[in-house]
Design a protein around this ligand. Structure first.
Ligand SMILES: Cc1cc2nc3c(=O)[nH]c(=O)nc-3n(C[C@H](O)[C@H](O)[C@H](O)COP(=O)(O)OP(=O)(O)OC[C@H]3O[C@@H](n4cnc5c(N)ncnc54)[C@H](O)[C@@H]3O)c2cc1C
Length: 432
């Protein structure tokens, strides 16, 4: 058989500067496990870690290598909560379940920093809080609601006027902002690899270059096949998110993969870096079509945002990054002549309700996905929730049935429409 090759990591800043991961050889031949996990991002790795910690024998299968998907490509912003407010969470799940879900969503960042500490994960983790910059009255209102609702759960949130925000982020182009002390930032690929090491240290078997290509019932459990091996397992977990393929019918249709892109500058040097983000915060915006930015540990400016839907994330030539550089320069004119050393992209998985989903696919088979661009903390938490579901321990997340998005085939039109109308509404917000 010809040697099987797995996709390379994208040419990202994170791939160039990450800590090494644990060995994750291809699966060759048969393997047995209590739980097979498909997908080696934060979701799958955190599920593997929590299951191994509970004494389960875990085999994790990953097409490329742990952290290859969105988990090794993202902005590294450890953002608190969900896209939606606690009141919206309760409206979706009902008062009692909603309260549990909101409490869980409140604690996602704590879980990330606890794991980093407990397993001594080296990933340049900082916790100066999460900054959100507001555009217009719409953005300010959104933040007032956020502060009021999450404060009730114990979050420490400070609303900032234009000048206070400008002192923290070195630009007065925003109308104000908010600091949420729960958040922070990290090197995402190092974090993924750290979770992988921790899971392996607890006995989980990790296999890179091992796409799951078939799933079938096997006795009371499952048999998962890969090009060179197969795993027999009592239970099965999917953590494939925006990279979900056709392995489980209908799962891919529960989310819409939307491309997001990032550029990273050369190291700016301390003085220039301090003129931009003196407190090393990660910043995001209230805009519907938003940008997000931060420094890395070497004072490179890392700036991301949505692309156009039909742009490919994995081919250099078509990566849409000119608008990112232009926006970075608009916010920070001192970056006019800066060299940009890296650009890359990845897929964010968006759900219809803008809330993540824990799905029971069949008895003993679960999936967790749909973080709507806020997955560093929530995917880590979802891994824990999936572990609870597998262990039969009533997770905080509601366990839902598989519900594909109706007319999923038209998703590209829907997302293009959202990007278009979102950008117009963002412009109008400046005047409201
Ligand atoms: C450019 C970008 C910037 C982002 N910025 C942020 C941010 O700053 N903060 C934040 O909170 N969130 C951010 N996100 C979102 C966040 O990265 C994701 O929500 C999170 O990483 C999802 O983790 P995951 O493990 O569910 O999925 P992924 O990390 O995408 O992992 C899925 C894995 O499944 C594997 N897989 C798929 N099919 C198979 C199969 N058949 N067999 C074996 N393996 C398979 C894939 O190879 C992949 O590695 C960003 C996302 C992108 C793309």
């Amino acid at each position: 058989m010809a040697p099987q090759t797995s996709p390379d990591l994208p040419p990202s800043l994170w791939a160039a500067t990450a800590e090494p991961g644990p060995p994750a050889p291809r699966l060759v031949g048969p393997a047995e496990a209590d739980v097979a996990v498909i997908g080696g991002g934060f979701t799958g790795l955190s599920a593997a870690l929590h299951l191994a910690e509970a004494g389960k024998r875990v085999v994790l299968l990953e097409t490329a290598e742990p952290g290859w998907g969105a988990s090794g490509r993202n902005g590294g912003q450890v953002n608190p909560g969900w896209k939606v407010l606690p009141s919206e969470i309760k409206a979706r799940y009902g008062a009692e379940r909603g309260e549990r879900v909101a409490r869980m969503a409140h604690g996602t960042c704590d879980l990330v920093f606890e794991l980093i500490e407990r397993f001594e994960i080296t990933c340049d983790a900082l916790r100066p809080g999460f900054l959100q910059a507001a555009y217009g009255g719409h953005g300010r209102k959104k933040q007032e609601n956020w502060a009021r609702e999450w404060s009730a759960y114990g979050a420490e949130i400070e609303l900032l006027d234009r000048n206070a925000l400008a002192a923290l982020i070195g630009t007065d182009k925003y109308d104000g902002g908010m600091r949420d002390a729960r958040g922070g930032n990290l090197q995402p690929l190092s974090y993924a690899r750290g979770l992988a090491k921790a899971a392996a240290g607890l006995g989980a078997e990790l296999h890179g270059g091992s796409p799951a290509t078939g799933v079938a019932r096997h006795g009371a459990g499952w048999r998962i096949t890969t090009p060179e091996g197969q795993v027999s397992a009592e239970q099965l977990v999917f953590g494939t998110n925006g990279y979900t393929d056709d392995l489980w019918p209908g799962l891919k249709e529960t989310v819409v993969p939307v491309p997001s892109f990032i550029v990273a500058s050369r190291p700016l040097g301390q003085n220039l870096a301090r003129s931009i983000l003196p407190g090393r915060h990660a910043v995001s915006e209230t805009r519907r079509v938003l940008f997000y930015f931060r420094m890395d540990r070497d004072d490179r400016f890392v700036f991301g945002g949505r692309g156009k839907l039909f742009d490919s994330v994995d081919h250099d030539g078509r990566r849409p990054i000119r608008h990112l550089k232009a926006e970075a320069r608009r916010l920070y004119p001192q970056l006019a002549d800066i060299r940009w050393d890296f650009s890359w992209g990845g897929y964010v998985a968006v759900t219809r309700e803008h809330t993540p989903r824990l799905i029971r696919l069949a008895p003993g088979a679960f999936a967790g996905l749909g973080y709507n661009g806020r997955g560093v903390a929530m995917a880590t938490m979802m891994g824990k929730q999936l572990a609870l579901a597998v262990l039969g321990e009533d997770p905080d997340m509601e366990v839902e049935e598989l519900r594909p998005i109706p007319l999923h085939g038209l998703r590209q039109v829907g997302v293009s429409w959202h990007l278009l109308t979102g950008a117009w509404l963002d412009r109008l917000d400046r005047f409201r």
